[in-house]
Design a protein around this ligand. Structure first.
Ligand SMILES: Cc1cc2nc3c(=O)[nH]c(=O)nc-3n(C[C@H](O)[C@H](O)[C@H](O)COP(=O)(O)OP(=O)(O)OC[C@H]3O[C@@H](n4cnc5c(N)ncnc54)[C@H](O)[C@@H]3O)c2cc1C
Length: 599
């Protein structure tokens, strides 16, 4: 059998595998991505993409395409049974309630379309998905207590791959430093490693159907929750004039009593649309042309007991958590997992960070997955319950549904995700940037370039390029209040013991990008007013002032809770989350932060 070595073998090219592959492609790693499918997803499956995922996609330069190809959802509508037997609207609300979301709406794009964003971005960087390929053997090539496992350069995992499209030489052996299993809910990798899923199934059976509707229902282009005496549906607008309906199937006939699995053969898209039409009365609903995609499922709410084996074989996405699709979380959670993991793998592979950095992946993302299941339990129970009526006083009220929607808004949009304190989340000096919560994603805000007065969202200056971003917020640098502490900081950051020197590997700009944001006035400050360390390029110096149109910029220090006279250092992790903050005169705490995990 042919044998080869790789840094990372990714098994499964769904959203989570592809997010990781694209994040690491073209950065000097030897990566392979394999998938058992002969072709990618053509229609259906996941569609909802949430505000935090938009920000993540933007950090990889992919959001423009999503805006072009997807559909924006700005409105929610809620319907309950009306007095005449049919449904009636109770309320309309904003689809997203997070004031700091850069893109304050959900978007929909079918899963295959989203996967293509990554596939097309990876190709010029020399990475393609190898299709019709499955693993048949996966094992650590050494005992679990071997010191070799602590050496990230050791090819400690052996995988036998089978190429399903070949008749000869169809097997090969791959020796990998790391293996990532992103092979979906029925993960072969997870099973091969004997990792158990914890949790169970609900009794709620739902059908999903994507089609072009002919209807007089006025909220067909809103995300609409409908409780009726005939059951419940969720309406999700899709690309073009397409619509997705999630239809509650009260008919338990679609479940095989022996296996407790859904028997799709007992349902049909026509039946789903008929049920939906009954629920939608007094409005009418018919399908135009052929249904695009449909399926039936039972809600499973499960999390893997662990996400890694010896930090060498890792699993992500649906391979380690499943829940109902109606809150539009799965694809987001899956991509969020590997966005979290990719930079950690890069740092360990480059020998820049200790292997212990990888442990923060499971700590951060398993906690998130458990929270997701808790959210999903409340959410899917509300969706699947009967509405409250005079005869059924225990039923679900619209207020309860809206209450859960609002209470979990930060979570379901992804904006409010907060990673707990760890070696990479240190909130000791939280007070010096009181609104930039350590462990949460950096809040987007528009500042003005000092050099040309062009406004820029800070997020666009924090791309996912595997570098830590060191943001120095300082008072007016045209006066001593700002200039003096900045000069001292520059001197302090230049000494041998500073993190820049210790962990910069000879060229700190490979690991750290430094930006300087001053409260000086737009037309009085020059970008050359700051010490050279803070202006590796003219675009790195910003002012917290309004632009010439007066429409954007200003108020950044206040939005971040930073005293404009005191300033602060903000460390943003490569995945866009605030790692730590410190006063300008506490560089030693930033040194200690990096010394906690970097080599
Ligand atoms: C009806 C439905 C609606 C959904 N709606 C939403 C939604 O609106 N929003 C949302 O965020 N999520 C939604 N989801 C969930 C979403 O589809 C998943 O959470 C998401 O696709 C998980 O991504 P993943 O990359 O982890 O796994 P998957 O997308 O399942 O990808 C796994 C990949 O691994 C490959 N693979 C599997 N086994 C092997 C093997 N042995 N060897 C090699 N390759 C293998 C598969 O071919 C596949 O390409 C929905 C799911 C369903 C079923």
């Amino acid at each position: 059998m042919q044998e080869s070595n790789v840094d990372l073998l990714i098994i499964g090219a769904g959203p989570s595998g592809l997010m990781c592959a694209n994040a690491l492609a073209g950065r000097g790693f030897n990566i392979r991505v394999v998938d058992k499918r002969a072709v990618g997803v053509q229609a259906g499956q996941a569609d909802g993409i949430q505000p935090r995922t938009h920000e993540i996609l933007q950090s990889y330069g992919l959001m423009e395409r999503l805006l072009r190809e997807g559909v924006e959802i700005h409105r929610n509508a809620f319907y309950n049974p009306g007095p005449s037997g049919g449904i009636q609207r109770v309320e309309r609300t904003a689809a997203i309630s997070q004031p700091t979301a850069r893109y304050p709406f959900t978007m929909c794009r079918h899963q295959g379309g989203t996967e293509n964003f990554f596939i097309d971005a990876m190709r010029p960087k020399g990475l393609e998905v190898e299709r019709s390929t499955v693993p048949t053997v996966l094992e650590l090539s050494t005992s679990t207590d071997s010191p070799e496992l602590l050496d990230p350069q050791a090819n400690s995992v052996k995988v036998v791959l089978q190429h399903l499209d070949r008749t000869e030489n169809d097997r090969e052996v791959v020796h990998a430093k790391f293996v990532l299993g992103t092979d979906g809910a029925h993960s072969w990798v997870r099973k091969a490693m004997g990792i158990r899923m914890e949790g169970g199934h609900t009794d709620f059976v739902w059908g999903v159907v994507d089609f072009f509707p002919d209807t007089n229902f006025p909220d067909i282009r809103a995300r609409t929750v409908i409780h009726s005496t005939h059951g419940s549906i969720l309406v999700v607008p899709r690309e073009g004039d397409l619509v997705r309906l999630y239809v509650q199937l009260s008919d338990m006939d679609v479940v095989d009593k022996q296996t407790n699995r859904v028997d799709k053969a007992q349902a049909s898209p026509e039946k789903l649309i008929e049920t939906a039409a009954r629920i939608l009365q007094p409005y009418y609903l018919r399908a135009i042309g052929d249904v695009q995609w449909w399926t039936v499922y039972i809600i499973g709410q499960r999390v893997a007991e662990k996400f890694t084996v010896q930090d060498r074989i890792l699993i992500a996405g649906d391979a380690c958590h499943t829940h109902s699709p109606k809150a539009g979380q799965g694809m987001n959670a899956s991509m969020g997992d590997t966005h979290n993991l990719a930079w950690k793998l890069a740092y360990v592979l480059r020998g820049w960070a200790d292997m212990s950095l990888l442990r923060t992946y499971e700590a951060e993302r398993r906690k998130f997955a458990q929270d997701l299941i808790e959210f999903d339990k409340e959410w899917s129970t509300l969706f699947s319950g009967k509405p409250r009526t005079d005869q059924h006083q225990d039923g679900v009220t619209h207020e309860a549904t809206l209450g859960v929607f609002k209470r979990f808004g930060g979570f379901s949009s992804g904006i409010g995700i907060r990673y707990a304190p760890s070696i990479i989340v240190d909130s000791k000096h939280q007070a010096c940037a009181s609104k930039l919560i350590v462990g949460e994603r950096m809040i987007p805000h528009v500042f003005i370039h000092a050099a040309d007065a062009k406004p820029a969202n800070i997020h666009d200056l924090l791309p996912s390029d595997l570098r830590f971003k060191i943001l120095v917020f300082v008072a007016d640098v045209t006066t001593d209040t700002g200039a003096v502490p900045l000069r001292k900081l520059s001197e302090r950051m230049g000494v041998e013991s500073s993190f820049l020197r210790r962990f910069g590997h000879g060229n700190h700009l490979e690991t750290f990008d430094i930006l300087c944001i001053t409260s000086a006035e737009r037309d009085k400050v020059d970008y050359t007013d700051v010490p050279e360390l803070f202006r590796s390029h003219w675009s790195k110096v910003l002012v917290d002032d309004v632009d010439y149109s007066g429409r954007c910029g200003g108020g950044g220090f206040a939005a971040y809770g930073i005293d404009p006279k005191e300033g602060a250092i903000v460390v943003v992790r490569p995945d866009g989350y605030v790692g730590t903050v410190a006063p300008l005169d506490r560089v030693e705490d930033i040194d200690a932060y990096f010394a906690g995990f970097m080599l």
